[in-house]
Design a protein around this ligand. Structure first.
Ligand code: GLN
Length: 203
């Protein structure tokens, strides 16, 4: 049984926990550095990156940085922002681990939240369409050559991977479609190896 942590500082952690439990994982909420002990992977949920910045201790920040070097980590929405880089803003101090730059509220404000059908790489294709739920979602403005695109909305990358790091600008935990959770859990079997082989044709 996979032991997976869900960062539970703030935001949408209960739904990620639910999805992981449905998939048979042992789930632990992470609030302090010791909570990371014994975990095989971590999800950093969506919420509000300014609030996360405010309430995260320096100890937790360094422990998370260290954990991300050696384990699969998945950031959704605000979680993705915190793992990436963003325009200078004193209210948001990201970990900057991923070679991805985001515009934090690039799709507009809360009223501009929306759902849309995504195009996904073959490894993520299933019979039913893949719907992305975007809630004040970040928008990727640039990314490094070592970052692979796993899903697109229109022609824009909205799910990407870099080594052990998975980043989604949308909220897969809210749609009842667990294909991204299953993909992420498959990474636990082979940490430090990017299992995605196909990048699609518009990376
Ligand atoms: N735009 C929010 C932020 O800057 C993220 C929104 C979300 O996680 N749904 O943190």
């Amino acid at each position: 049984m996979a032991r997976v942590g869900v960062l539970a500082l703030q935001g949408d952690f209960p739904m990620h926990e639910k999805r992981l439990r449905e998939l048979g994982c042992q789930v632990k909420q992470v609030r302090v550095p010791n909570d990371l002990d014994g975990l095989e992977a971590l999800i950093w949920p969506g919420g509000e990156s300014t609030t996360m910045t405010r309430i995260m201790s320096d100890e937790l920040r360094s422990a998370l940085k260290e954990f991300c070097q050696t384990h699969p980590v998945w950031g959704t929405c605000a979680g993705m922002i915190m793992l990436s880089q963003t325009d200078p803003d004193p209210r948001v101090k990201t970990l900057g681990i991923a070679n991805v730059h985001v515009n934090r509220n690039g799709w507009g404000r809360q009223v501009h939240s929306f759902e849309g059908e995504l195009r996904v790489i073959p490894e993520l294709e299933e019979k039913k369409p893949c719907i992305g739920m975007f809630i004040r979602a970040p928008r990727i403005s640039s990314m490094g050559k070592d970052v692979l695109t796993l899903a697109w909305f229109r022609d824009e990358a909205v799910a990407v991977a870099q080594g052990n790091i998975l980043l989604t600008t949308f909220h897969p935990e809210l749609t009842g479609d667990d294909r991204f959770h299953r993909l992420f859990l498959s990474w636990i079997l082979e940490p430090n190896k990017n299992r995605i082989v196909s990048t699609g044709d518009r990376n």
